[in-house]
Ligand binder design. Structure first.
Ligand SMILES: C[S@@+](CC[C@H](N)C(=O)[O-])C[C@H]1O[C@@H](n2cnc3c(N)ncnc32)[C@H](O)[C@@H]1O
Length: 275
């Protein structure tokens, strides 16, 4: 399929507009846990990877904590550590405070991963599950983690890789010239950035999870319910018509292997590193 011409709106056309990220996730907070099965699966294996890695932290940060599912599990795994749950979406932290057992003992911080409101070398462990793909600049988020970690501190994060939602991206390309799916990081760029920041003991994994959906519309609805709306600068600013949605469904169905079932790929990158 050929790409249609697209407006020239600069190098960040496919990255999310930050001012809307907090709003979108805040609005999704109430329903988020009910639809975040993939995020949970990824986070559980990330957490398993750090449980027995090095000494227990004194201070840990759940970065992009969302509803705090993993903040709670971090507290259970490291009960003597102080836990900070930080998110750009105030609505997420409000939900965490009123629904997550143990929230009273956590420090809740509204903040941006790309400009952490934390002192240099003040944290021993940073856990971040499925949040970095929402940053405008992943390199800034990684360098902020490096800044706030104490020497010997650990960073464990997961994010989406470039193949994520490749089918949906391709189907939309046949329909219009807008961006409908964020650009995600490549494994190579993540590795380069971790090395550039001086992280050591780098363990970086990439795996692709595939999920089936009853229809393309069901896939798009799930993304919306997760708060994972299309917030790219080159997104369409008008409502999508029924006809447009039918066209994208048809284009999806013409992709190889998609004639009888709608499958979406999610490339998950996970990194465990030490400062
Ligand atoms: C997919 S949710 C994951 C939530 C949680 N970590 C989990 O695994 O359930 C992504 C979270 O990252 C937050 N987020 C996105 N961009 C962020 C940023 N620049 N700084 C801090 N949090 C951010 C969103 O508000 C959202 O709560």
């Amino acid at each position: 399929m050929n790409s249609l011409p697209r407006p020239d709106i600069g190098p960040f056309a496919d990255t999310p507009e930050k001012r809307w990220v907090g709003v979108s996730f805040g609005a999704a907070a109430v329903g988020y846990d009910g639809v975040a099965a993939l995020q949970r699966e990824v986070g559980e294996s990330l957490l398993a990877g750090i449980r027995h890695l090095g000494p227990p932290p004194a201070r840990m940060l759940d970065l992009g904590a969302g509803t705090g599912h993993f903040s709670g599990l971090l507290v259970a795994a490291f009960p003597t550590a102080e836990c900070l749950a930080l998110d750009i979406a105030e609505g997420m932290l409000r939900f965490l405070r009123s629904h997550r057992p143990g929230a009273d003992g956590m420090g809740l911080v509204v903040g941006d991963a790309e400009a952490l409101p934390l002192a240099d070398e003040s944290v021993d462990l940073i856990f971040s599950n499925m949040a970095f793909q929402w940053c405008e600049r992943l390199d800034r988020a990684i360098s902020e983690c490096c800044r706030v970690l104490r020497p010997g501190g650990r960073l464990a994060f997961s994010t989406f890789g470039e193949a994520t939602l490749g089918e949906l991206r391709m189907a939309w390309r046949a329909v219009d010239g807008y961006t409908h799916v964020n650009a995600f990081a490549t494994r190579r760029s993540v590795e380069q950035e971790l090395r550039a920041q001086g992280f050591t003991k780098i363990r970086l994994d990439a795996r692709t999870l595939r999920r089936g959906y009853p229809s393309v519309l069901a896939l798009m609805k799930e993304l919306k319910a997760l708060g994972a709306r299309n917030l790219t600068r080159n997104r369409p600013r008008h409502l999508l018509s029924r006809h447009t949605l039918e066209r994208v469904s048809e284009a999806y169905g013409r992709l190889p292997g998609m004639a009888s079932a709608v499958t979406a790929s999610f490339e998950v990158l996970t990194a465990l590193v030490e400062k």
